[in-house]
Design a protein around this ligand. Sequence first.
Ligand SMILES: [Zn+2]
Ligand SMILES: [Zn+2]
Length: 239
Amino acid sequence: MGMDAARLKGLLLDLLWPQTCAHCRRDLPRGWDDPLCAACLLRLRPVDRPWCARCGVPDSGGRLCASCRADASACRMIRAASLYREASVSLIHAFKYRGRKSAALWAGGYMARAWARCPELGRPDVLIPVPLHRRRLAERGYNQAELLAQALGQSAGLPVMERGLARLKNTKPQWALGRKKRLENLAGAFAADAALFRGLRVLLIDDVCTTGASLEECARSLRRAGARDVSAYAFAREL
Ligand SMILES: [Zn+2]
Ligand SMILES: [Zn+2]
């Protein structure tokens, strides 16, 4: 009943290596490097212009959306590589809730390829991943935004700063709240080390941008710490 070495190796690889598409869950061909199958790769949709000139929310006719018109922002601009839909949602769930780190690195590579679509972001001095609260970090074992930033930084030749910005409050996502209320809840949630950010042009990196409230709160901390300019780039943009 001997199992041959190749088959044993295959079984071990299957155990160690997630081999199903993060979206449709079908088996991926052996040696396939992408976390999505060929059909689902096509379902990763870029954000189409026109979008809000500041926060990047689609369908605003290219002008500022209502909430950007109403409030001055510390975060100069938000852009995203994909729409938070279908395959994009599954991919985020795979690296956020199912421990699939390699999918986050892949998504960072996708962000690098999509970056050319947003020349208005300019060239930052550093990439800064939106930090997790230490308790959340301990649960997950990694910060997905950090993996995205590492992959993007490597491909774009930009340094990643993983220290100096900390999340002090472990706030739950507040889906039901409007932008104003979310900002109030997040006030004081982040702290930035003034010695590290003075004069820097910063690009914040996150997996998903919903209302932009946590990006805005990070930007406020960084601007208070002397950063010259703060913009943000997310893997996915929710409508
Ligand atoms: Zn698939
Ligand atoms: Zn806007």
